[in-house]
Design a protein around this ligand. Sequence first.
Ligand code: NAP
Length: 362
Amino acid sequence: MDTAHTPPSGSADHGAAHDRETVEIVLPGKVEPDGLQITRRPLPPPEEGRAVLRVEATGVSFAEQQMRRGKYFDQPPFPFVPGYDLIGTVTEVGPGVSPETVGRRYAAVTKTGAWAGRVAVPAGDLVPVPDGVDPAEAETLVVNGLTAWQMLHRVARVRRGATVLVHGANGGVGSTLAQLARHAGIRVVGTASPRHHDAVRALGAIPLDYRAGDLAAQVRALAPAGVAAVFDHVGGPGITDSFRVLARGGTLVSYGTASTRDVAGSSHLPVLRLLLRLAVWRVLPNGRRTHFYNLWAGRRNARRFRARMRRDLGTVFGLLADGGLRAQVAARLPLTEAGAAMALAESGTVIGKVVLVGSEEG
Ligand SMILES: NC(=O)c1ccc[n+]([C@@H]2O[C@H](COP(=O)([O-])OP(=O)(O)OC[C@H]3O[C@@H](n4cnc5c(N)ncnc54)[C@H](OP(=O)(O)O)[C@@H]3O)[C@@H](O)[C@H]2O)c1
């Protein structure tokens, strides 16, 4: 990883200068993981309504894998600092933010920017982390926990005793979803590469190999009447199988197009094609529902969006704190090893989420 240095604007007070400087990991363009750059930049005092957090844990999501290829649906222009979510402790607040916030630990979803030592976040976006919860463990459940919880309980609303199909049950979202479903008394069939089948079993799910051919027949053998819900982040042609294995009254929750990550071309076209297909299935009289889940849906109504995020993430953190949910930390690496972390996350060998841990200095 390259190291660049942006000197802070000259101050004789080294303590203050240090406090107002942060390390950042920059994605300069379409690069391999070792092309990420480490920089330092001055950190201005927080603006009104914002809090500065010392980042204790952030992580590698699938989104960053797409972003480094320029393939994320809402692709930020290069160069930028990646980092979809974080756990951190507030060190400083801007005007209008309660000083009592300082010293407390919070989670935030940032979409970009969290791969840094210190980050300024709108205080309204902060969700408290329960005392005694490990920051790296909590980190694995911010975007993943919200996505999994909302798809299961807000979109699909699956009943106890039903069977669901979770694709990528070893992944960050998938491993969380499988556990949440099991916790709610739902039977889970989970697809994963065979090397991950023991881990999928340990989550309480029945593993299936998505590369073994005729997935629909494999699912039907386990659930002859079909499944109550399918959670599909893969998209592509396989989405047809996901729809076919639904029971009457069942719901297909689509939430990504992972299969097109490495396909050259537009980042929008595969999603638009998928949305069109889901819309056609939705209007046909087939007794099944389809839905595209988007974590950011409804954010125009900031008050409602934030309240829902606080409630849902609070519930997920509560489950983590009382042992109802086990965090799947695939590995912990220092923030400055973000390149290695990204390569590991993309290696196809991990179970859960690769976490980047911050340092005391920020
Ligand atoms: N819509 C939303 O708001 C939203 C929010 C959060 C996440 N997401 C989406 O959720 C998905 C999972 O994210 P994550 O962070 O949990 O990723 P992750 O930890 O990297 O897990 C990805 C999982 O997908 C599997 N996989 C990868 N490529 C595949 C393919 N071509 N066919 C079948 N399985 C494949 C992997 O299995 P192997 O390890 O066996 O390869 C792994 O289990 C991503 O597509 C992401 O974009 C969407």
